[in-house]
Design a protein around this ligand. Structure first.
Ligand SMILES: NC(=O)c1ccc[n+]([C@@H]2O[C@H](COP(=O)([O-])OP(=O)(O)OC[C@H]3O[C@@H](n4cnc5c(N)ncnc54)[C@H](OP(=O)(O)O)[C@@H]3O)[C@@H](O)[C@H]2O)c1
Length: 340
């Protein structure tokens, strides 16, 4: 049996991945590991993708730090230890193998898709229902940046807010990965957009179409005596619901897209439960083929562009996750895994 074990080991193909052990600062708990078994196609509905680019999203840094603590069983398993975990959701790459039940992508196709965890690696198994062919006009980096943040912004603007022509929407946290998509999608719908971010990002949000900018370091958007909004997309949720409500029109509503301050996680949750679903619609990130196509379509038709802040080399993934944790990102933070 020892000989069989050795033979099994010798046939296992290895890959590089960024592996997390324990919770804490990404540079301490995430490491490049050259000896991670390459995933093997197990089911007919899967696609094996060689990943060229991925991106960092809020859940990646929350999972690295293990905050809020209440979510540690999710991030780290029942014992909350976070052993040998590979983070990352967004996959842009080339198909290496296709399961028998998948017929919409083929070996060699450039694709974009989503997985539940494991994109900070050279290869990943992507469910067929969460992957599409990547349009040629979209680069690997752009595709990687458009998946979780593009789909969440799409859900916020088109499904939760159902933004209509002529409406006035305020987007709190407008210069981040979701905000930069949301501004452009709201403009594509014909809305007036007020973007809330720090002054250093005013030019960026204006270049994406924002009509007005509120610099939160100088001005409190909930203190306005005159402006009233149809919709507030709140990517920060740092203000109590009662205060934000004051600047809504009578039939206006909030789309909450954050758990709020991670130290006060439970603070905003009761509000979501009380007000959901009618006047507190929460966006979600459902990376179905249909939703991936919708976001890709907005990009190829040039209604929306993917704002890329920084592209990190693969081995600097922990730095990229730390940068995301700083809350200072301007658009999307990309990790380049392979040269295209
Ligand atoms: N519903 C879902 O499925 C889903 C999926 C992913 C993420 N999310 C949530 O979406 C939220 C936004 O994510 P993201 O990826 O866009 O984050 P991000 O890229 O880190 O963006 C942060 C944004 O917040 C701004 N900001 C920071 N402090 C602020 C303050 N006090 N007031 C106003 N703006 C402030 C930053 O602007 P400055 O740099 O100018 O300060 C920046 O524009 C997160 O809370 C995340 O949990 C939801």
């Amino acid at each position: 049996s020892k000989r069989i074990f050795h033979r099994a080991l010798s046939t296992t193909v290895m890959m590089k991945a960024i592996v997390q052990n324990g919770f804490g600062p990404p540079q301490e708990v995430m490491q490049l590991d050259h000896q991670v078994p390459k995933p093997i196609l197990k089911r007919g509905d899967q696609v094996l993708v060689k990943i060229h680019a991925t991106s960092v999203n809020t859940p990646d840094w929350l999972a690295a730090y293990g905050v809020p603590r209440a979510l540690r069983p999710v991030f780290g398993g029942l014992l909350c230890r976070a052993r040998n975990r590979i983070r990352g959701y967004d996959v842009a790459g080339v198909v290496e193998q296709v399961g028998s039940k998948v017929d919409h992508v083929q070996v060699g196709d450039e694709v974009m898709g989503s997985i539940e965890e494991g994109a900070f690696a050279e290869y990943a198994l992507v469910p067929g229902k969460n992957v599409i062919r990547k349009p040629d006009k979209i680069s690997m980096e752009e595709a990687a940046g458009a998946i979780m943040s593009g789909i969440t912004a799409h859900s916020a603007i088109y499904e939760a807010a159902k933004v209509q022509q002529g409406q006035h929407i305020l987007i709190n946290g407008a210069s981040g990965s979701i905000g930069t998509f949301a501004i452009q999608m709201a403009k594509a719908q014909g809305a007036t957009v007020t973007a809330v971010c720090s002054g250093r990002n005013a030019a960026l949000v204006k270049s994406l179409g924002a009509d007005y900018v509120v610099d939160y370091t100088k001005e409190d958007f909930t203190a306005s005596e005159t402006t009233r909004y149809d919709i507030i997309l709140d990517n920060v949720l740092n203000r109590p619901y009662e205060e934000t409500k004051k600047v809504l029109k009578e039939d206006g509503f909030i789309v909450p897209n954050s758990a709020g301050d991670t130290d006060k996680f439970w603070g905003s949750l009761p509000q979501m439960i009380i007000h959901k679903p009618k006047n507190y619609p929460v966006p979600d990130c459902n990376p179905s083929r249909e939703n991936l196509q919708k976001v890709a379509g907005l990009i190829t038709s040039k209604k929306v562009k993917v704002v890329i802040d920084r592209v990190f080399p693969f081995e600097q993934t922990p730095e990229a996750v730390e940068y995301m944790a700083s809350n200072r990102g301007k658009g999307n933070i990309i990790i380049k895994i392979q040269q295209d």
